[in-house]
Design a protein around this ligand. Structure first.
Ligand SMILES: [Cu+2]
Length: 148
């Protein structure tokens, strides 16, 4: 009986692992001239995001401030990314829930950036507390609109 119980446990455990692996999705964002499409996506924790048509573009979560310091607008405990120039890039599974802002360095002046919302937007208040300006402010506005 003890053996049967542990066997059932093992089978259940394996099926939970399997279903979460099967359920993780990959979402595609396409670079188009000076925009990422779609600009805002909502995904589930554990999903991945692929950037395509990236010739001439970068996907980067590291933002440079006026004083040359850097900021990331991602949930605490999450890992950001910087793709290579022109690289069709796929993120690691985004497991930490919250809002991830990223931009394209060569076209950030034209406002080329995007928003990935993973599960619950845990860090929206943190991002707003930084009083984002310009293109960054626009990204936050788009994120809030998507959350309504
Ligand atoms: Cu670009």
């Amino acid at each position: 009986m003890k053996y049967a119980k542990s066997l059932i446990g093992a089978v259940l455990g394996a099926s939970v692992l399997l279903s979460s692996a099967v359920m993780a999705e990959n979402h595609v964002i396409t670079a188009a001239v000076t925009a990422f499409k779609p600009m805002v996506i909502k995904i589930a924790p554990g999903d991945t995001v692929s950037f395509e048509n990236m010739n001439g573009h970068i996907s980067n979560t590291i933002f440079t401030n006026k004083d040359h310091s850097t900021s990331q607008y991602i949930p605490s405990g999450a890992e950001g990314w910087t793709s290579g120039m022109g690289e069709n890039f796929t993120t690691a599974p985004l497991t930490v829930e919250g809002i991830y802002l990223y931009k394209c360095d060569p076209h950030w002046g034209a406002g080329m950036g995007g928003v990935i919302i993973v599960g619950t937007p845990t860090n929206l208040d943190d991002i707003e507390a930084t009083k984002p300006k310009g293109a960054l402010k626009r990204l936050v506005k788009k994120a809030k609109k998507a959350l309504k």
